[in-house]
Design a binder for this molecule. Structure first.
Ligand code: FE2
Length: 247
């Protein structure tokens, strides 16, 4: 067995390939009004990541309680709405499972309302539905949430603008600097064709990766429909992320 040349032994690990053009949300997409002000007007400056930024600080596993995965059990009673099961896997570019990673979700209630001061639209709050959950992936990269199907809600981006039903996902990774955020949609939602957040991903196949699929296997008889949503961190089938930084 031959040893590797010294320069290869000491070289930094190879960087990741950039996502294909159009497979992540455009920074500047005028139909999505807030991108006009927040998109960069100057060339991006790459900041080298230091070791401490990718190794910590780390959340403590002990903050996750046993029923945090079940958003229907966070109040004193049952929340209103259609119960669903959302499950999937977190996979790397080579389809290997990403184990023990924190997956968090947040969403509107069945009426399309968030329990947040800034959400004042005319739909009822549900005292039994705070709308947040979290879990860790298992050794196969799997996660599973029980929740309520979220309602669509208006958002004033343009005339008669309504967000398609969606669940926000955050993957924490090993440190704050590695956090990824995305949204999951539902199959057959007619609002997707009108949603500039969804349409800001130019590549149709890429944006369709954000649509969950109905899953008979995880559907619970008499109780809840199952939806599958796999999240792929890198590579050709990479999941579009809200916080994509080009360059
Ligand atoms: Fe939302």
């Amino acid at each position: 067995m031959t040893s590797r040349p010294r320069d290869l032994q000491t070289a930094a690990p190879a960087g990741y390939r950039k996502p294909d053009r159009g497979t992540q949300p455009d920074y500047f997409y005028p139909p999505y009004a807030s991108t006009v002000k927040r998109s960069p007007t100057q060339p991006l400056v790459r900041l080298p990541t230091t070791l401490s930024e990718v190794t910590g600080p780390l959340f403590g596993f002990e903050i996750i309680k046993g029923n945090d995965f079940d958003l229907t059990k966070q109040g004193n009673g049952d929340p209103i709405g259609e119960r669903i099961v959302v499950s999937g896997r977190v996979l790397d570019a080579n389809a290997r499972p990403v184990a023990n990673t924190l997956v968090e979700v947040w969403q509107a209630n069945a009426a399309g309302r968030y329990p947040h001061d800034r959400d004042q639209h005319n739909a009822p709050l549900d005292p039994n539905f705070p709308g947040c959950g979290r879990t860790l992936t298992d050794d196969q990269g799997r996660f599973r949430f029980v929740t309520i199907r979220p309602g669509e809600y208006p958002w004033r981006n343009h005339y008669n603008a309504w967000r398609p039903a969606h669940i926000h996902f955050s993957l924490f990774g090993p440190a704050f600097a590695t956090r990824l955020v995305t949204q999951m949609y539902f199959p057959g939602d007619p609002l997707l064709d009108y949603d500039p957040m969804y349409l800001s991903i130019a590549d149709e196949r890429a944006r369709q990766r954000l649509i969950s699929t109905f899953d008979w296997e995880t559907t619970i008889p008499e109780t809840a429909l199952g939806y599958k949503f796999d999240i792929i961190l890198r590579g050709r089938d990479e999941t579009p992320m809200d916080n994509y930084l080009p360059g």
